[in-house]
Write a protein that binds this ligand. Structure first.
Ligand SMILES: NC(=O)c1ccc[n+]([C@@H]2O[C@H](COP(=O)([O-])OP(=O)(O)OC[C@H]3O[C@@H](n4cnc5c(N)ncnc54)[C@H](O)[C@@H]3O)[C@@H](O)[C@H]2O)c1
Ligand SMILES: N[C@@H](CCO)C(=O)O
Ligand code: NA
Length: 432
């Protein structure tokens, strides 16, 4: 099977190097030899030997090369990638991509085009890097009604949070290192503002529930506004703050949300550090299963790219065409459920309220919360040198509808004893 690669960057160089190093075992598993015959990119790359491989700067040459069976799209971004992939499909080629932005935003159209041409579009590397989570959701979990899933699905962001917490490093400094290590997106605001995670969550939700891809409806909150103060207070309460993507199935719609989240420190997700990703999936038959591994990086991501190539080779070898439907469900069995508004979401909340040091403030805040039926799990009041005469009040609530906590926060902010905005971070108590 002959491969053509578009984009010779972090992931592509990893794929070429792993394909060469493990050529024999990969061919043995695939049932045929696998060979990269052409690479298209702006320039060559030092750590990657292209001996025997044709190099071009014209990416369209690759997708139209009559000798290429599978196009591997590794340039990233939306428009050009879409054009290349649709062209490759039109030329009857299978496609493997690591591009979650492309699949989350244009996947419905791309899958329809691929179905028309009876070719495969595989995207394991797009979600949680090297973790075989698409395989798990579409195949391993096929018996289950999936109820919800939650995950740490951006390596760059988790690396930044971990380094800041453990070593007290500066945000900008750690981000630079993540870029040097090849973890970050071309535009790293995608990583820190949760856009990349929302792309991945959108894809997982569709594969879990059999709904069309609905990236535009995803709720996204990043980590750039997160303060060290809240990280420390959360720890005192026995929690870690993680940037989670959460999707949950309801009868009338799905939740689709990415935001910083307090997770109890004893839970496994709370212990996922550095560039590692992890996804916790709740199925009605199997219960909860947890997947863990490198969410970004050259060879870790290449591992998933090559697994897709092997899947395609196997399908061709046995003459089976497309083995697994794109989103795990046959297209006539998809349900067009809406994404529910955030107001409907039920969660526990961490609140940090800056109050002046007068007796009775706590009672006023407590009565606003109780009027809205919001129960308080714990309260801490902190002496703080940062804010003279003002005392941060940290609260953890029980579960409540987001609409109710928002209404309570508005009333609390309106109290004269309260300064500024109330900091609000959602908290989730998973059982694993
Ligand atoms: N780096 C990771 O850890 C990782 C993990 C999972 C998924 N991904 C995804 O994989 C894809 C590739 O990521 P990467 O980190 O390898 O990116 P990269 O920036 O290292 O590589 C992209 C390559 O494509 C080339 N390219 C882009 N536009 C081009 C054009 N118009 N003409 C010619 N060449 C062009 C660039 O020169 C570069 O060499 C992205 O979609 C990314 O989101 C990356
Ligand atoms: N920029 C992404 C790459 C893997 O998709 C991340 O850091 O998770
Ligand atoms: Na993956």
């Amino acid at each position: 099977m002959k491969l053509g690669i578009c984009g010779l960057g972090t992931v592509a160089s990893g794929a070429i190097n792993v394909l060469k190093r493990n050529a024999e075992s990969i061919s043995g598993r695939a049932g045929c030899p696998i060979e990269v015959i052409q690479v298209g990119s702006r320039r060559l790359k030092d750590n990657c030997d292209l001996t025997g491989i044709d190099f071009t700067t014209d990416l369209f040459e690759v997708v139209s090369n009559p000798d290429v069976d599978v196009v591997i799209e590794l340039i990233g971004g939306y428009e050009l990638a879409k054009e290349l992939v649709l062209k490759a499909i039109d030329n009857g080629k299978h496609v493997v991509t690591a591009n979650k932005a492309l699949i989350a935003v244009h996947g419905n159209e791309i899958f329809a085009a691929a179905a028309e041409k009876n070719v495969t579009v595989a995207y394991e590397a797009a979600v949680a890097g090297g973790i075989p989570i698409i395989k798990a959701l579409r195949e391993g979990m096929a018996a289950n009604k999936i109820n919800w899933l939650a995950g740490i699905i951006n390596g760059t962001g988790n690396f930044i949070l971990t380094e800041m917490k453990d070593k007290g490093r500066e945000f900008a400094d750690v981000l630079k290192e993540a870029q040097a290590l090849g973890y970050a997106e071309a535009d790293p605001t995608f990583d820190v503002e949760g856009i990349d995670a929302a792309h991945k969550l959108t894809i997982m939700a569709s594969a879990a529930f059999g709904v069309p891809l609905k990236f535009d409806a995803a709720y996204t909150e990043g980590i750039s506004e997160l303060s060290t103060e809240d990280v420390v207070y959360a720890e005192e309460l026995g929690y870690r703050i993680k940037h989670l993507g959460i999707t949950r199935l309801h009868e009338n719609g799905i939740e689709l949300r990415v935001h910083p989240t307090l997770v109890p420190e004893q839970q496994l997700l709370a212990k996922v550090d550095g560039v590692m990703n992890s996804v916790l999936v709740d199925g009605d038959a199997v219960g909860q299963t947890l997947y863990y591994g490198a969410g970004a990086g050259s060879e870790a991501t290449a591992s998933a790219v090559i697994a897709d190539v092997v899947d395609i080779a196997r399908a061709i070898t046995v003459g089976a065409g497309v083995l697994v439907p794109y989103l795990g469900f046959s297209s006539d069995k998809m349900t067009d459920l809406p994404v529910l508004p955030m107001d409907e979401v039920v969660s526990a909340y961490y609140l940090r309220i800056l109050a002046n040091d007068n007796p009775g403030v706590l009672a006023k805040v407590a009565s606003i919360l109780s009027d809205k039926g919001i129960n308080i799990e714990s309260v801490m009041q902190k002496e703080s040198e940062l804010n003279e005469g003002m005392i941060p009040m940290i609260m953890l609530t029980h579960e409540v509808k987001e609409a109710h906590i928002n209404a309570a926060i508005a009333e609390i902010e309106a109290l004269t004893e309260i300064e500024g905005k109330v900091v609000r971070i959602r908290a989730e108590h998973f059982s694993a």
